[in-house]
Design a protein around this ligand. Structure first.
Ligand SMILES: NC(=O)c1ccc[n+]([C@@H]2O[C@H](COP(=O)([O-])OP(=O)(O)OC[C@H]3O[C@@H](n4cnc5c(N)ncnc54)[C@H](OP(=O)(O)O)[C@@H]3O)[C@@H](O)[C@H]2O)c1
Length: 327
């Protein structure tokens, strides 16, 4: 495993972050049961992964619960735990969503409780909240840092102008500043290269992309996408996102990933992980896995070296696609 620091902070993270959106107690479709989750986390830690990402909203809080329960068997000081707030945790309660002081303080208390932890290493806003002034959100997060409930604050998918506004506001008011951006970015969705990634590089923000393997689209031939439990579910329920992945060069990119994987004698997923790690702004992709083998492949991919010609070959077919992730 390789390690790096997150943005301009001094906090060290593994270059593979493990995503936990599909972690819960009961098995349901492509989601994982507790035993599988435990095997995956044990193996990830064994291989040097220290960085884990969850959210209050994943499986209605069960992802935080199961992650906290399993990580309790490990030295907390060695783990970097990231979670998020914003999406609704109770459709009957408008104050169980968004980024107001009331919502954040309540949801932060619930997340700490589910995780069984005193402090969250990286607390991220999951989206931008049009209904709350960013100064209120930042002041609330700043207070959480002063109370030692949160160590660093981060943000997730939004427009670059909104993120620039947030950074400027925290600097102007002397409040804690977002140290990371968790955004939608992969070989077949590169719209973030236009504004967000240059902003992050200029401001020293750590970048931790979500769906770095395009939700599985980059891990198998495009005509076999729906051959797994998750792929089938994604093809039915997230057809819009998959149209974007296939659009404007996406199929050609998928075929080029197949070709390079064969040339390097590795899997397609490993080419997709290696591609992430060769992009300068990227700190650590947040990889989703559904088996121990997939964790092992992700970690092995840290050692894959892609040449400039390989990178140009993978990049060449890409054309602009519709914005996806924050609208
Ligand atoms: N901030 C946000 O708004 C946001 C949004 C989405 C996700 N996230 C975060 O990002 C994490 C990852 O998201 P994601 O699951 O969509 O990411 P992903 O890494 O793009 O896709 C994961 C899928 O790729 C396939 N895969 C992974 N390794 C493989 C391998 N070695 N061989 C074959 N297939 C492989 C698996 O598909 P199969 O299961 O089909 O085998 C797996 O479920 C989430 O867990 C969450 O923490 C954040």
């Amino acid at each position: 495993m390789e390690y790096t620091t997150l943005g301009k902070t001094g906090m060290t993270v593994s270059r593979i972050c493990l995503g936990t959106m599909n972690f819960q107690f009961e098995k349901d479709g492509w989601q994982l049961g507790e035993e599988q989750v435990r095997e995956i986390i044990d193996r990830a830690i064994d291989l040097g992964v220290t960085f884990f990402d969850t959210a209050n909203v994943y499986r209605g809080g069960r992802s935080e619960e199961v992650l906290g329960k399993i990580l309790a068997d490990y030295d907390r000081d060695r783990i970097v735990l990231a979670t998020k707030v914003y999406n609704s945790m109770d459709s009957d309660n408008p104050n169980a969503a968004g980024l107001s002081r009331k919502a954040i303080e309540q949801e932060l208390a619930h997340s700490l409780d589910r995780l069984g932890m005193e402090t969250i290493d990286l607390y991220q806003i999951h989206r931008w909240d049009d209904a709350t002034p960013i100064a209120e959100t930042l002041a609330t997060l700043d207070d959480a840092v002063r109370r030692n409930q949160v160590r660093y604050i981060g943000a997730s998918s939004m427009w670059a102008h909104q993120f620039a506004d947030a950074l400027h506001t925290s600097d102007r008011l002397g409040l804690e500043r977002f140290v990371s951006m968790q955004n939608h970015y992969n070989m077949v969705y590169r719209e973030e290269e236009r504004e967000m990634l240059p902003l992050c590089e200029k401001k020293g923000i750590g970048v931790i992309p979500w769906s770095p393997l395009a939700r599985g689209y980059l891990t198998r031939p495009h005509d076999a996408f729906d051959t797994t439990d998750r792929g089938q579910r994604e093809a039915e329920s997230r057809a819009d996102r998959h149209e974007i992945y296939r659009a404007n060069g996406g199929q050609e990119i998928n075929e080029r990933v197949q070709k390079l994987a064969a040339d390097h004698d590795v899997s397609m997923a490993q080419i997709a992980v290696a591609w992430q790690l060769h992009q300068d702004p990227i700190t650590a992709p947040i990889i989703g896995v559904s088996s121990v083998d997939q964790v092992e492949e992700a970690v092995e991919a840290v050692d894959i070296s892609l040449s400039d010609d390989d990178l140009a070959y993978l990049a060449e077919p890409y054309g602009p696609v519709e914005i996806s992730g924050h609208r």
